[in-house]
Structures are given as structure tokens and as C-alpha cells.
Design a protein around this ligand. Sequence first.
Ligand SMILES: [Zn+2]
Length: 311
Amino acid sequence: MDAPRPRILYIAGAGRSGSTLLAMLLGGLPGCTAVGELRHIWERGVLANRLCGCGRPFRDCPFWSEVGQAAFGGWDAVDAERQAARLMTVGRQRHFPLVAAGAGSARFRAELRAYAELQARVYRAVSAVSVDAAIVDSSKSPVYALTLLAAGLDVEVLHLVRDSRAVAYSWTRSRTMQDTAAVEYMPTFGPAWSSLTWISNNLAVDAVRGRGLRPRVMRYERLVAAPARELSRALGDALPEAARAAIAAGGDAELSPGVQHTVAGNPVRMRTGPLTLRVDDAWRAAMPAFDRRVVTVLTFPLLARYGYAAR
Ligand SMILES: [Zn+2]
């Protein structure tokens, strides 16, 4: 298929940092199509048939049907289970050094090549179907960003950081997924686990610098306080012309997501009405003092580097 080389605005960072919200804001701009966490398209979309952000099951969504046709002549033409299983090997964060260096066993490299090649076909098809200049992918995983790069795609990494205390507090709260018929809860984790995950994910995003990527750092708190200003400041020329013009013309009033065909992500993605943006800092009042201390001590060096130490 002859499609233009799509530009991928790739949102990386730790879980619960606001990546779905950022993707929705960007996806609401002209010239940008948000696809959710495309890393999970095979197991959650093609196989489990979970709800697309448009509210239809994945297989009934006209956008994804068209993408499947354009990429493969239909989703059933691909061994989806095999591709989903590949993600569980080549997509693991502990394989970051292998993927970064193009190293590993011959079998590992062959699996990585096969995985990347199929993923690249999906992105090229999204680009052809949406006819937008940029694809917004909120997959978060740094190792997956390297996989897309290895597949020859044009990847621009947006590193979204958020105060580790807010992230840890969010991980302790239970909430339901909105994209399955059965009631399903998002997993919860304690402060030590979320601190270590926050550190390792953020450090891994930093490490993609060595592979020729230059992550643009955005702070969640600034984003929700003044979205238009933060998007312009952090992304600037990485945004398509039409998106820049819309931000300049309309400011924050133009940042409404509308219907988006997203395959996975935080439950907020199922919302289609206007989003009320406000800093979610419930942790300041509600987080147990002990948890707060644990997270602050464990994550301190990075917290300071991102400018949160004095807060
Ligand atoms: Zn859809």
C-alpha cells in the first residue's frame, strides 16, 4: 500500500500521568487523529472486541474496519493471537536494551522485525484512512516507541510527567473500565510499587535519547492549567500546521475532543462531550502521610529534576 509516511506523536511516560487526556486534547485538533494505545490493538481490539472510543465494539467500528481493510484486506487476514503474543516478548520493558541496540538472539530479532512490520502497516493504514498529518498514540511504553522507530516510522516522543505523589495516589484508587460488558476494575497498587514503576518508566523515556529521539517534556499540571499554552510551548513545530493555527486562533476553547476512535486507554477516553480540565490534586488532602513520605523519598531525585521538589 502506498501511503504517506505518517508522523506519530507518541505519548510516553508512567501510567496515571494523564496520557489519555493529552491524547484526547491533541486528537481534537485539526490534522491530528488520536488512536488510543495502539500497542494494545490486537488483544483488546481485534481479539477481545472491546469498545472503541466511538462507543461501538471494535469490529463494528467503521473507522477500524476501514483501517483493517487498507492494511491487510481485513483483520481476519492476520494471525492476531501471534501478534498479541509477540508484544508479550519483544514489548517488555526489560528488553529495552536489546531493542535499543538491535541485539538479542536471531529468533528475538526476527520476532521484533515481524512485529514492527505489522504494526507499521496499521499506522500507514490509519494515516491513509484519516488523511491527517499526525497520529496521536498514547501507548506510553518507551520500548514500543523504539519498535516504531525501527519500523521506519516518523516518531516524535512527548514525555508527559506528573508529580509521583499524585500518580501513586491514583494507583491506590479503584475504578471501573468502561469498554467491556462485564464489570472490570482497573488494577490498584501500593506506593512502593508505583514509585518504582514511575522511576523506571520515566528513566526509560529519557533513555530513548540515545536512539536519536528527542523527547519533548510536558508537565501534566501545566497542561490541565493552560492546555493551549502548554501544547504550543512543548510541541511547537511538531504539530501539524492546521493544529497550530487552531490553537493560535481559538486558545483553550478549541480543545474539545469530540468522537475519537481509540482502542485502549484510561476510561476517560469513552467520554465524548466537552472535558472539564482541572488539576486533580486530591492526593494533597487525602493521601495518607506515610504513603506520601514513602513516595517522596523513593522518587526524590527525579521529582527534583522535573521541578516538583519544592512543592
Ligand atoms: Zn470507533
